[in-house]
Design a protein around this ligand. Sequence first.
Ligand code: DC
Length: 221
Amino acid sequence: MIDNVIAIDGPAASGKSTIAQKVSETLSIPYISTGNMYRALTWYALQKGLDLNNPDEKAMKDLLATAELTYAKAGDKFEIRLNKQEMGPLIRAPEVTSHVSNLAAMPCVREWMLDKQRSLAKLGLIVMEGRDIGTVIFPGSKNKFFLTASPMVRAKRRLAQSGETTDGSTIESVAREIEERDRIDTTRKTAPLRKADDALLIDSSDMTIEEVVNKIISCVK
Ligand code: DC
């Protein structure tokens, strides 16, 4: 049993990052967003001109051979870097958001991420969020949570977050984009999004951030 990884999985815009960051601040432990790792790689692939609408395994493997993805400690936080470049807001661009699920469905990409994500456990107690942390990356973790919320609540939350939607986005267009990402994330062959049997399901539709954070922390303790 692994007891130093708090694993939080769930669909797009379910509030995972906000919750995971608060848990990390409250417990003073590192927070790792695996979605940001896939996003950084998507940003890089788009920069290099890969067609992520029809991704090609050979071209992706060549790209992976030239990509170095790291988490660097910056004050209290960890910053993601690709080939030493800080990612910051680049990985929240709508262009990245709309292509990331296609890239994340590629088996060679998931294999490439596996060791990198597992090796982060050497940081000690960490909170890691994504889609397959409880099922594939740390299936032996004792602390697994699956966060969800109704489609409308998720679309509203995403629209309220700046930077990740295009100008003129509506609740309906954001809901469609989220639905499409859910479809790709849950139906892919490798490591699809699903709740681990032993994960605690938390529907945050009618809960405050504080309530969700307290629930997770009390379960961990
Ligand atoms: O959590 P997010 O929206 O930043 O994640 C972006 C995408 O990355 C998501 O649509 C699917 C993919 N992803 C994944 O396949 N596996 C993970 N562990 C994390 C994210």
